[in-house]
Ligand binder design. Sequence first.
Ligand code: GAR
Length: 201
Amino acid sequence: MNGIVLISGNGSNLQSIIDHSAAIDLDIKAVISNHSSAYGLKRAEYANILTHTLNHKQFSSVEEFDQELSNIINQYNPEIIILAGFMRILSAKFTNQYSDKMLNIHPSLLPKFQGLNTHKRVLEAKESQHGVSIHFVTEQLDGGPIIAQVSVDVFDTDTTESLAKRVLLEEHKLFHKVIHWFTQGRLKLEKNHATLDGKVL
Ligand code: GAR
């Protein structure tokens, strides 16, 4: 299945997806970043994947940025769009175009801790559990139908870094599994619910 991956930074999730791409029948046609310095672009280049950089600062509105982003995406006619650490808020017009084929990974147990700095906020809130969620992207920020979640324990000794590291390990294990469900045609968005083999998740 043809796919596009959107990133903003290090791209460790992208790397895990690249490493599993043959096994999960994913052909990554291009990686798009909104930062030219994103290390994930290098990871893509090392894997011989085409890259694009689209600097959001060069656009006067979210809508204009999103229009150009979809122009690039649509060249490839992707069947799946994967947000792997893509740190831009997307307009409703954009998300509605791709809502049944766009997946996002988020470092929290949604609906808890939407938005940024999740690890720090989890520690401040003295939560005993944290984790990762993968969801279909809708116009609601971090609010689309949840597909899969994995919890991790939060320890008294945790720092933002140690917690982030533990969550990231789970992200890398979970994302390619979920993408594989999609490439196999088992995972769908139906009536605003994520379904796996026809059953609501
Ligand atoms: C990951 O932890 C991902 O869940 C998070 O950004 C990190 C990217 O790491 N995404 C979000 O916070 C989206 N709201 P990576 O570049 O090493 O894959």
